[in-house]
Unconditional design. Sequence first.
Lengths: 267, 267
Amino acid sequence: MEEPPQTWFEACARTLTDPQNQRVWSIIVSLFGDLAQKPGDRLSGSALSRIIMPMGIKPEAIRVALHRLRKDGWIDSARTGRASAHYLTEFGRARSAEVTPRIYTRVPDTPADWHLLIAEDGSGQSALDEMLLTADYFSLARNAALGAGPAPEASEELMSFDVRARAVPDWVRARACPEDLAESCHSLLDALERAAALLPAEGGITPLQTATLRMLIVHRWRRVVLRMPDLPTAFFPPDWPGPDCRAAVFHLLDRLPRPALSDLDAD
Amino acid sequence: MEEPPQTWFEACARTLTDPQNQRVWSIIVSLFGDLAQKPGDRLSGSALSRIIMPMGIKPEAIRVALHRLRKDGWIDSARTGRASAHYLTEFGRARSAEVTPRIYTRVPDTPADWHLLIAEDGSGQSALDEMLLTADYFSLARNAALGAGPAPEASEELMSFDVRARAVPDWVRARACPEDLAESCHSLLDALERAAALLPAEGGITPLQTATLRMLIVHRWRRVVLRMPDLPTAFFPPDWPGPDCRAAVFHLLDRLPRPALSDLDAD
């Protein structure tokens, strides 16, 4: 049994914590992406711990995650006496920058032009699978993938069409928005609304509390938005919670302006 | 061993005869479609025999084929004393009229607009198969079919796009023009050129000879052209003989103007 939360902050943090398995290294990636993505941005070891620990994550788990992120080339650390500072490597910043537009856009820019690639039944599959790995495609069927913009000059093996969607049947909508994604989206929307009701006025929130709550929101939203295909509205079920969820994310982030890094070691 | 042909006409008829299995009822359908498709058009039994027999087909085979065509509702026959006359039924005329434009067009009208239907993997197949049966579609893959014009409002089960082809890979070209179709087309083109060289000037050909040769050309062309999809040029292999074959068909038919039905019983 969890103890009942004592403060608005504990209640808020608990509400916003992703009910799915939390991977600490992935949370740290979300945190750096949100607060310390620019060259020269650093987070002290103590600030990092104080931001993350309210999620119920132990210092040992943070150390292990940092070790893994260093090993994978995402993060580097510097030590001055007993104090440590962590920062994204160039590689880490590049990976972070890749997804930042999709995570932080308030009005997703759905392309007007689309193209469809079709692979030959059987042996042709692998040419399409390669495209799916290296670019953003929506897999419409085993042998068909929808991509934004005009068809690439690319492959000799794939049939390509410039397309405009006419009729979108339910099975395509279910493929664009699998049930578990819709559930994650609904549950995040619900958490955001409950957190918004708990949040005090701006003056009553410390920079560290702000950092923690932003990290929780961004991390959970990241796990939803990066799975949402940027498809025209017709591809989504009528009750699709995506746009409401996106609006609630930015409504709450706007009430939690990004703190200065220097303020995170001050209190 | 066949005997060597004695006359230009025998040589011409032999050259133009389809080397594939000849179904007599199908040849008779080609003949009526070419010469006697209008309401009221009739072919006497003796004209019919004299047109078809130069292909090496026996009177008994013609009788059997006529019996089958009557049974299937394509043809009706009237008898006056010992003479018989045959004509297309309303059903037969309708079926014949359906394919006449594709057989006789000199410049195929390739649509500018196309649509693509995609069925769900597995269970969705049957909805697409139904469309393929009832309308002209090019089957691009088990679950994808290309049709002329804008997408139909139709099905709730099929994803539909308005499309413009961008890149056409070899496997699609092979699907549009299977090897055996290309071979039939090459072999017909070759036969037409040899026949054109054998043909005397217009005055030297009787109405019955004209009817026989036209029937042979139309029958063989029908078997090729009805299998050729009306797709944009990009879908055909660069050495595709279709356009040359079509040109040769009409070049030869123009030298063999359709005889009046009344002239077929005259000589």
